[in-house]
Design a protein around this ligand. Structure first.
Ligand SMILES: [Zn+2]
Ligand SMILES: [Zn+2]
Length: 294
C-alpha cells in the first residue's frame, strides 16, 4: 500500500528517537554523542560559574523561573524532538519521492576539504541561517508571537537559553535544512562537536557571568551582547531588535545590528506587553496559536 511506506517511516523514526534517548539516559551510546548527559554537564558547569562569579551580585541562585526554564531545556531538546521526528521523516520521504534530494541544491561541495575545515564551514553556514531566521522572528508579527516566549525572560540565567516556544523548532527547520542542502546534505561525522559548542555558547550567552572573550567579542556572541538582545528598551531606529547572533556575533557587526551601550548588566528585560505572556508552561505551549485578545 502507498501510505504504508509513510506510516512505517513515521513510526520507525519516532521509536528510533525514543530508543536513542533512552539509550543516552542509560549511557548506552558513545559518550561524545550523548546529548542528554552532555546538556546536564554543560548546565552544571555554567551554573557553577554563575554561582562562583556572578555578574549581577544580588540575583538569586534559583532566579525567577529557574525551574520553568530547566523544564524547557528537556522539553525542547528531547520531548519535542521525539514528538516531531516522525513528521520530519515523512516530509523527507515525501520530498525524495518528488525527486528532491538533499544533494539537489549543492553549492559548496565540502567532501574534498580537510575535516576541520568542513566542520568550520558547516558551523558558519548553520549559524548564519539561524541568525537570519532569528531576525525574521523579530520582524514579522506572526513569527514574533512565538518568539515572545523567549523574550518573556525577566531575570537572565543559563537555562533561559532553551526557553522558547516549540514552534521555533519548526520555524528554524526550513532554513537549517536549506543550509545543509547547500552543503550537499553534508552533516560531518564530527557534527556533535559543533552542536556541543553551540549549546555551551548559548548557555553562556544567557548566563549571569560577565565574559566577552576579549577581542574575540567581534566573533563570538557573549553574555553582555546577548543581554542587550533581551533589553526592554530598544534604541531608536532599531525597534525590531538588536544583536540577533546565535553563536557568532560577527553577523551583527557585518550587518550593523550590533548594539552594546554599556555593560553593568542591570537593565530591564522583556518587551512592551510582556505581562500578557502566561506564566505556566502549558499555557505557553498554545500561546501564539490562539487568537490574541484585541
Ligand atoms: Zn530574539
Ligand atoms: Zn536569548
Amino acid at each position: 500500500m502507498f501510505f504504508e511506506k509513510y506510516i512505517n517511516a513515521f513510526t520507525s523514526s519516532f521509536f528510533g528517537m525514543v530508543n536513542w534517548t533512552w539509550r543516552s539516559i542509560t549511557f548506552d551510546v558513545p559518550w561524545y554523542t550523548n546529548y542528554f548527559w552532555g546538556l546536564i554537564v554543560i548546565s552544571l558547569i555554567v551554573w557553577g560559574l554563575e554561582i562562583a562569579f556572578p555578574w549581577r551580585k544580588n540575583q538569586k541562585i534559583f532566579r525567577k523561573d529557574f525551574w520553568l526554564d530547566g523544564f524547557y531545556m528537556f522539553f525542547n531538546f528531547f520531548l519535542f524532538a521525539i514528538a516531531i521526528s516522525g513528521f520530519y521523516k515523512v516530509l523527507e520521504v515525501l520530498f525524495s519521492d518528488l525527486g528532491i534530494k538533499t544533494s539537489s541544491l549543492t553549492i559548496l561541495d565540502l567532501s574534498s576539504l580537510p575535516n576541520w575545515l568542513q566542520l568550520v564551514l558547516f558551523f558558519l553556514v548553520l549559524d548564519l541561517v539561524q541568525w537570519y531566521t532569528h531576525m525574521l522572528l523579530h520582524k514579522h508579527p506572526f513569527l514574533w508571537q512565538f518568539h515572545k516566549i523567549h523574550h518573556s525572560v525577566k531575570e537572565m540565567g543559563f537555562a533561559a537559553h532553551l526557553r522558547f516556544h516549540w514552534m521555533e523548532n519548526v520555524l528554524y527547520k526550513p532554513l537549517k535544512t536549506f543550509g545543509v542542502m547547500i552543503l550537499g546534505g553534508f552533516e560531518p561525522e564530527q557534527a556533535y562537536l559543533v552542536h556541543f559548542f553551540a549549546i555551551t555558547i548559548g548557555h553562556l550567552n544567557h548566563a549571569n557571568i560577565k565574559i566577552t572573550y576579549g577581542p574575540l567579542k567581534y566573533l563570538l556572541n557573549n553574555p553582555v551582547m546577548h543581554l542587550y538582545h533581551h533589553a526592554y528598551e530598544l534604541p531608536e531606529g532599531k525597534k525590531n531588535g538588536v544583536n540577533y547572533g546565535i553563536s557568532l556575533s560577527v553577523w551583527d557587526y557585518i550587518f550593523k545590528t550590533n548594539y552594546i551601550p554599556e555593560d553593568s548588566g542591570k537593565l530591564p528585560l522583556g518587551f512592551k506587553g510582556d505581562e500578557e505572556i502566561p506564566k505556566s508552561f502549558f499555557k505557553q505551549l498554545t500561546y501564539g496559536l490562539r487568537k490574541s485578545k484585541p
